[in-house]
Design a protein around this ligand. Structure first.
Ligand code: HEC
Ligand code: HEC
Ligand code: HEC
Ligand code: HEC
Ligand code: HEC
Length: 241
């Protein structure tokens, strides 16, 4: 190999190396850019559509649960306490699918990505760690748990002067509408619930009402429905007449 040929080979090699480096950093930048895409944060997230989020996060709806638990239990044989409600249908499914695409969720709710995801900081997931982090972040949470409480709180028996629903439901035929056909009738006028469909379903199946008001209670407290006026999240989602 003469000198000029060697020179050409070295130059070509360097060019190739440059190309590889440029390409990989471009990819790395793409990932970073995607992670920090302003659509994740306020104000953009407030107007984002599900389609925009799913363009990058389709796995949220595609992911399937394991057929067997790591300990070997068949998921088809497992039944959690909250899955004994009359409204529970179908195979075990993921959290996101149960809120967005399960048959029952589509009947009674119209949750969107940004109903729950209101913007969080993936850098440290904590508020007030520096001057520039958002001040109202919920510690180590991507979603404010108060949102969950609205549909997963304890039965508000105290407000109704009733014992726990499981103790009195037989007395009322498991039918909340015995009283609520006339009490607090103006309900569910928010853009993430199908108010009319809920009433229709509640007439057919007693567990519909209880389901969101004690039947899937992840919390030992009730959501304070009486203070709904002060809940910014509920107020933001009020349906405009
Ligand atoms: C351009 C692509 C893109 C779009 C559009 C996008 N995301 Fe992301 N998102 C990402 C990437 C990349 C990450 C980082 C994933 C990782 O590090 O595992 C991420 C992370 C997240 C996380 C985890 C954050 C954390 O704290 O760890 C959530 C939640 C999320 N996105 C929700 C959304 C929602 C809701 C929308 C629509 C409003 C959305 N994303 C739109 C690419 C995108
Ligand atoms: C019912 C409320 C709710 C809805 C609706 C919702 N999410 Fe989530 N999402 C959550 C919660 C809760 C987590 C877990 C948060 C944590 O670990 O702090 C989560 C986690 C995530 C994550 C990161 C973890 C993972 O599982 O990969 C992504 C990405 C995400 N959601 C995207 C979306 C997208 C896209 C939509 C709309 C198609 C959506 N979410 C709708 C509540 C919701
Ligand atoms: C607007 C009402 C509503 C909100 C808000 C809501 N959920 Fe749910 N959730 C439901 C309903 C209805 C079901 C039952 C869906 C079904 O049976 O298909 C459910 C089911 C579940 C399940 C059971 C899934 C399974 O495998 O059976 C979990 C876990 C859950 N929710 C957690 C949460 C968490 C955590 C949040 C807050 C990030 C939340 N939910 C917010 C209404 C809600
Ligand atoms: C014996 C009649 C009766 C029955 C049965 C009944 N309720 Fe109530 N409920 C009431 C009364 C009374 C109030 C309080 C009204 C007020 O303070 O203005 C109330 C209030 C509520 C509230 C608002 C609570 C709050 O925190 O302010 C919810 C939610 C509710 N009921 C849901 C249900 C559900 C779901 C069922 C069935 C599982 C049910 N109720 C069964 C009489 C009843
Ligand atoms: C998918 C979940 C879900 C189902 C099903 C559901 N609720 Fe609710 N309920 C909510 C949420 C969230 C709120 C607070 C938002 C609102 O009322 O606008 C609420 C509020 C209420 C209130 C309080 C209204 C007020 O002004 O204080 C009553 C009473 C109530 N529901 C009764 C019922 C009855 C009766 C049924 C059955 C016909 C039922 N709920 C079914 C989620 C649900």
């Amino acid at each position: 190999m003469n000198n000029s040929n060697l020179g050409k080979t070295v130059v070509n090699f360097l060019l190739l190396l440059l190309l590889v480096v440029v390409n990989t950093t471009a990819m790395a930048k793409d990932y970073q850019r995607a992670k920090w895409d302003p659509i994740h944060f306020k104000p953009q997230i407030e107007t984002a559509t599900d389609q925009q989020c799913l363009a990058c996060h389709q796995e949220i709806l595609d992911r399937k649960i394991l057929k067997k638990s790591p300990a070997g239990l068949d998921s088809s044989q497992a039944l959690a306490w909250y899955q004994t409600l009359g409204t529970y249908k179908g195979e075990q499914d993921t959290f996101h699918r149960r809120h967005l695409v399960s048959e029952y969720s589509k009947e009674v709710m119209t949750l969107k990505c940004n109903t729950c995801h209101q913007g969080n900081d993936p850098k440290d997931e904590t508020a007030n760690s520096s001057e520039t982090t958002p001040k109202d972040l919920i510690q180590r949470k991507m979603v404010d748990p108060k949102i969950c409480l609205a549909c997963h709180g304890k039965f508000s028996g105290e407000a109704m002067k009733l014992k726990d629903w499981t103790e009195v439901r037989d007395q009322f035929n498991n039918n909340c509408l015995m009283c609520h056909a006339n009490i607090l009738k103006n309900r569910h006028n928010v853009d993430f619930l199908n108010a009319e469909a809920i009433e229709a379903a509640g007439k057919k199946e007693g567990d519909v009402c209880y389901g969101c008001h004690g039947g899937r209670a992840w919390y030992s407290i009730s959501y304070p429905y009486i203070d709904m006026d002060e809940d910014e999240w509920i107020q933001k989602h009020q349906r405009k007449e």
